[in-house]
Write a protein that binds this ligand. Structure first.
Ligand code: SF4
Length: 398
């Protein structure tokens, strides 16, 4: 059973009231006195971008839970592919997204014991896993605390949508995030999985007690983060809650107007509405991500689901940098006059991916290193991922 509540994200108190209703309608009671909340916090952007779960939604949920139950501890945790490796970048993420301030408000104004953790650096437990080496490590907190999943409602360039099941990728260590994208390999180097299968399997392995999808604002187009001209913010002013994550995701897809058969990592389940819920309707279907099959001018982009979040974020940040910098945009125009064709490769790339009629070859990231050696004139940008400023410099100055 799911419920949909109206939420005004301008007021912490209003959000708390809405979350109280959501909890009551679902009859949810945490099974443990310690709670772990996993909001989707993927980019260092303020809430107006609709990329991260609005901290006011997470804060309002904590206030409601704290009022209703005898909770000893709240932990907010995330492993954001691009920001979790270094403490300084993680700090930037939680500061810019507004989480640092929200935690201070909850502690100082409400005296609630809340902490924020980088899930890359926590104790881990081993679980059985479907793909080689048939075991995977996940945060121990999933067993010691009641786990609440907080996705943001967004369309996604590779996965069509990112909701509760996809948000669980933020429970993984960085090395396993990469394997989710690039495939789990056996000792002979043979690949056994793809991204959609891995996300699906993680959804079967780990089940949150409660899922609350933040659709106060949502992102449509080529998410999961802001791409100028290719993503747009929608204001829905609702949250969707349920104790079955898959059901919440099914309901969210209905609201977005996305058919389930377009979401490879999600299975279809019956959705039932709790009494008192707002209706489950799609007011206007979300704009879907556009798969680029044609070149941009003379630039042929070769990227696929075999590209992990690190290089995807590098690309997004590089595009934003060029978009907002007139000097770089001019250089891009000059570059385009020089060449008939440029082929740009990112993520896991094999020799058969290189077209015979290729132009200047530009390889981005260590996943392309081996294949780049076959082409002595090619340009290879090292890094895992490369830095977006370094890539932008090479990209516009070819
Ligand atoms: S090179 Fe890029 S795509 Fe490959 S593992 Fe590193 S960050 Fe991911």
């Amino acid at each position: 059973m799911i419920t949909i509540v109206g939420v005004n994200p301008e007021s912490l108190d209003d959000v708390k009231q809405a979350m109280g209703k959501l909890i009551d309608r679902l009859g949810y009671t945490p099974s443990k006195p310690r709670l772990f909340l996993k909001p989707n916090i993927v980019d260092a952007l303020p809430p107006s971008h609709a990329v991260d779960v609005d901290p006011i939604v997470t804060g309002g949920l904590i206030l409601a839970l704290n009022d209703k139950f005898d909770i000893e501890e709240f932990i907010i945790g995330e492993n954001s592919g691009y920001f979790s490796e270094k403490p300084e970048t993680f700090k930037r993420l939680i500061k810019t997204s507004g989480y640092e301030e929200m935690v201070e408000i909850l502690k100082d104004d409400y005296n609630i014991p809340v902490s924020l953790v980088n899930l890359e650096y926590v104790e881990l437990d081993e679980y059985e896993w479907k793909f080689p080496p048939y075991k995977i490590k996940l945060p121990s907190i999933l067993k010691t605390h009641s786990y609440i999943n907080l996705p943001k409602m967004k369309t996604h360039g590779t996965c069509m949508v990112t909701l509760g099941v996809k948000n669980q990728k933020g429970l993984l260590l960085l090395k396993n995030k990469k394997k989710f994208h690039l495939g789990f390999r056996d000792d002979e180097g043979k690949y056994h999985s793809n991204l959609h299968e891995c996300i699906y399997e993680l959804g079967e392995l780990i089940k949150p007690e409660l899922t609350v999808c933040d659709a106060t604002t949502a992102l449509e187009g080529n998410g999961p983060t802001t791409v100028p001209g290719a993503t747009w913010v929608k204001k829905l002013n609702i949250c969707i809650g349920g104790t079955d994550m898959i059901e919440v995701d099914n309901a969210s897809c209905q609201i977005m107007g996305i058919p389930l058969d377009l979401v490879e990592h999600l299975r279809e389940v019956e959705v039932s509405l709790a009494p008192g819920s707002l209706p489950l309707t799609c007011e206007e279907p979300f704009k879907r991500p556009v798969k680029r099959t044609k070149p941009y001018g003379n630039m042929y982009h070769h990227s696929s689901m075999w590209t992990c979040t690190g290089c995807q974020m590098t690309m997004t940040r590089m595009n934003r940098k060029i978009y907002y910098n007139p000097e770089l945009r001019e250089k891009l125009k000059e570059r385009d006059k020089k060449y008939d064709r440029i082929d740009f490769f990112i993520g896991r790339t094999e020799e058969e991916d290189i077209p015979e009629n290729h132009g200047v070859l530009l390889f981005c990231g260590n996943c392309t290193k081996e294949v780049s050696k076959l082409y002595p004139d090619a340009i290879f940008v090292p890094g895992c991922p490369p830095h977006y400023r370094e890539l932008a410099k090479i990209y516009v100055n070819l």
